[in-house]
Design a protein around this ligand. Structure first.
Ligand code: PEP
Length: 249
C-alpha cells in the first residue's frame, strides 16, 4: 500500500509573519489528516519553518538544490545544507526551473543523485506542455524525463524518490487535467517503471500537480495510480491546503 503525500510548493511567496500564521493554522487543523504532509518554503525561511514544524508531523521540503556538493557556485545551495536544516523532500525538475532556469534532463538527474547521496527524498517533476499534448507527445515526453534520471541514477536510487506528474499547461493556470487524463499518464509512467523493475513500478509514489483545489482533489486522488498531490497556489491558504490533505485520507 503506497502512503499518500500532499506537498505544498510555496514558490516565491511568504514572509516571516505570513508563514507563521499559515503554519499555525495548518498545524491546528491537521487532526483528521492521515497522509504525509510536506511544505516547501523559499530558502530564507527554512530555519523558521523547521522551528515551527518541530514536534509536528508536517515535514520540511525545499524547492531547489544544486547538483554540486560544494564550491564556487554563487547563489546555490547544496543537498547537505538542506539536510542540515531538516529538509526531507526536495523538488527537482519543476517546469518553472526547466523553462526559466535551464534545468535540462541531465542536470535534473545530477540533482536527483546529489539528493539521494545526502539521504534526501527527491520529488522528480515531469510533464508536457500544451503544444506537446496537442501533438500527442505526452507519454513520450514524460517517459524521456523519467528515463533520463532512471538511466543515470539506477533503479535503487530512483526508488528512494517520488515522482510528480505536472502537466505544464495546468500549473498555475486554473486548468486541471481531468482525473481520467491524469490517471492515464500515471498508469503509463508506472508501467514504464515496472518494465525496469516490478517493485519500482508497484512502490513508486506518483503525485499529481497542476491547479489542484479543494474541489477537485478527492476525485484526482481517488484514481488508482495517483498517490497524492503537489500543490502550488492552494497551499498558501490553510483551509484549502487542509481540505486537499483531507481529500488524500
Ligand atoms: C506547482 O507549482 O507545482 C503547482 C502545481 O502549482 P499550482 O497548484 O498553482 O498549479
Amino acid at each position: 500500500m503506497r502512503r499518500k503525500i500532499v506537498a505544498g510548493n510555496w514558490k516565491m511567496h511568504g514572509s516571516i509573519a505570513a508563514n507563521r500564521q499559515l503554519l499555525l493554522d495548518v498545524l491546528a487543523g491537521l487532526g483528521d489528516v492521515s497522509c504525509d504532509v510536506v511544505v516547501c518554503p523559499p530558502f530564507p525561511y527554512l530555519a523558521q519553518v523547521a522551528e515551527l514544524l518541530q514536534s509536528s508531523r508536517v515535514m520540511l521540503g525545499a524547492q531547489h538544490v544544486s547538483e554540486f556538493a560544494v564550491g564556487a557556485y554563487t547563489g546555490e545551495v547544496s543537498a547537505a545544507m538542506l539536510a542540515e536544516f531538516g529538509c526531507r523532500y526536495v523538488l527537482v525538475g519543476h517546469s518553472e526551473r526547466r523553462s526559466l532556469y535551464g534545468d535540462d534532463d541531465a542536470r535534473v538527474a545530477a540533482k536527483f543523485r546529489a539528493l539521494v547521496d545526502s539521504a534526501l527524498i527527491p520529488v522528480l517533476c515531469v510533464g508536457e506542455t500544451l503544444v506537446q499534448r496537442e501533438r500527442g507527445e505526452t507519454e513520450a515526453v514524460v517517459s524521456r524525463q523519467l528515463e533520463a534520471v532512471l538511466d543515470q541514477v539506477g533503479v535503487d536510487a530512483f526508488a528512494s524518490g517520488v515522482v510528480a506528474y505536472e502537466p505544464v499547461w495546468a500549473i498555475g493556470t486554473g486548468l486541471t487535467a481531468t482525473p481520467e487524463q491524469a490517471q492515464r499518464v500515471h498508469a503509463a509512467m508506472r508501467a514504464l517503471l515496472a518494465e525496469r523493475d516490478a517493485g519500482l513500478g508497484a512502490g513508486m509514489r506518483i503525485l499529481y500537480g497542476g491547479s489542484v483545489k479543494a474541489q477537485n482533489a478527492a476525485e484526482l486522488f481517488g484514481q488508482p495510480d495517483i498517490d497524492g498531490g503537489l500543490i502550488g497556489g492552494a497551499s498558501l491558504q490553510s483551509t484549502d491546503f487542509l481540505a486537499i490533505c483531507r481529500a488524500a485520507n
